[in-house]
Design a protein around this ligand. Structure first.
Ligand SMILES: Cc1cc2nc3c(=O)[nH]c(=O)nc-3n(C[C@H](O)[C@H](O)[C@H](O)COP(=O)(O)OP(=O)(O)OC[C@H]3O[C@@H](n4cnc5c(N)ncnc54)[C@H](O)[C@@H]3O)c2cc1C
Length: 382
């Protein structure tokens, strides 16, 4: 077992961190407050080859895997510039189109996903299904060679920035519930209604409710096999969990760095406030939790990249990283006192994002259900 990070990974970290540092937390906070995407940062990372680091080389990508994409996610977040759409466009959509798409779909979508010029976002969540994916009611029915989609999705991130949406729809029914399939739907498809869904997080990426009102797509829109969506989605959700975890670890690293600098300088008694264990210990505890989560991310990404089962470790990594990020940002805000809430110190956007990571892409309780059932063999509770 070798825990030394390979030279090429250290170089990747340094290069990504270098680009993100040119933008920095102030840029991120301004974009988050204005709900405007960090388009210039996305473009700079894309031009340097980092958005498509996991896309096969033949399509212009970096030919790496989730290990490399997780490093990109972690480093941009650690520089104070986390990009939520990497979790959907680069992790889910690029991975699913690579693994399950036809040659034509790969040729159409992967070069743009590799360069960052194109974004494909992901729509699974529905008002009446939520965590219970098998209950989704958006349907895709055959009409001649075409498919016609009907239904509603909500909380879909980045639809305004994307060229297409990878949509999970029901194409049949079996004893477990809906038989699911995946479709690539252009964001300008006739019959697709997009409504902004305001959230009170300080996030550059915006969320949407989508109504599919007889949206017609051709036979080439089906990704993978009809009815195989559940298996495919679960394969694609591990990358989302791993990159979500990496974003959490990066946010935690950013917050802990800011807090340590502040607590070492700020003096209101004889010693800097960081000398008080009431300030230092929550930061130290969050640091430990962050490093543990980072180790689990490496294992999960390695398993995914080697075609090994990665569900348990991806879930554990996502759980641990979300909790570490919340603990780190919360301790950082507390260490800053009133300044922790000030726009000037810019910590609140990370608190919202860390808090989101406990709910999405999968909530904490569904992870605990998974571990209880699959790792511990306990009865399913729901
Ligand atoms: C900012 C933001 C961005 C998002 N982006 C996307 C996106 O791009 N694409 C997309 O498809 N979705 C997206 N989502 C949706 C997100 O993935 C869901 O909100 C999340 O999966 C939880 O589903 P839900 O909100 O329906 O919660 P519900 O399923 O209604 O659950 C609510 C709560 O109940 C508890 N719970 C539910 N079931 C169980 C159970 N069996 N056992 C124990 N506890 C349980 C959990 O605590 C859970 O948090 C986004 C959400 C937000 C807020």
């Amino acid at each position: 077992m070798d825990f030394a990070e390979p030279e090429e990974h250290r170089a990747l970290r340094a290069a990504v961190a270098g680009i993100a540092a040119k933008f920095g937390p102030r840029y991120y906070a301004e974009r988050a407050a204005a709900r405007r995407p960090c388009a210039e940062l996305w473009q700079a990372l894309g031009e340097a080859g980092f958005i498509g680091v996991n896309v096969p080389e033949e399509y212009g990508g970096g030919g790496g895997g989730l290990t490399e994409l997780a490093l990109v996610c972690e480093e941009i977040a650690a520089a104070g510039t986390p990009l939520l759409l990497l979790l959907v466009s680069a992790a889910i959509s690029a991975e699913m189109i690579s693994d399950f798409g036809t040659d034509e779909q790969r040729g159409t979508w992967l070069p743009g996903l590799a360069s960052g010029a194109v974004k494909v976002v992901f729509a699974i969540t529905e008002p009446d299904a939520g965590s219970n994916t098998l209950r989704i009611s958006t349907t895709a029915s055959r009409d001649g060679d075409d498919w016609v989609l009907r239904g509603t999705k909500y909380y879909i991130s980045g639809v305004d920035e994307a060229e297409a949406i990878l949509v999970v729809a029901r194409t049949g029914q079996d004893e477990r519930g809906g038989q699911l399939s995946l479709f690539i739907v252009p964001t300008d498809a006739p019959g697709l209604d997009k409504h902004l869904l305001p959230v009170d997080l300080l996030l550059p990426e915006r969320q949407f409710t989508l109504h599919f009102d007889d949206v017609r797509v051709g036979p080439g829109a089906l990704v993978g096999k009809e009815g195989e969506g559940f298996r495919q989605v679960f394969h694609g959700l591990n990358p989302e969990r791993i990159t979500g975890a990496a974003l959490g670890v990066g946010i935690a690293r950013y917050a802990l760095g800011a807090a340590a600098r502040y607590a070492a300088e700020r003096k209101v008694w004889a010693e800097p406030i960081g000398a008080h264990q009431g300030v230092a210990h929550p930061l130290a505890k969050a640091k430990i939790e962050t490093e543990l989560a980072a180790l689990m991310i490496r294992q999960a990404a390695w398993q995914h990249d080697h075609g090994l089962p990665a569900g348990e470790s991806s879930n554990m990594a996502k759980y641990a990283a979300a909790e570490a990020a919340i603990a780190a940002v919360d301790a950082a805000i507390q260490a800053h006192g009133g300044n922790g809430l000030a726009s000037e110190y810019g910590l609140m956007p990370y608190w919202g994002l860390a808090r989101l990571l406990r709910i999405a892409p999968v909530n904490r309780e569904m992870i605990l259900n998974y571990i209880a059932q699959h790792s511990l063999g306990l009865p399913r509770s729901y």
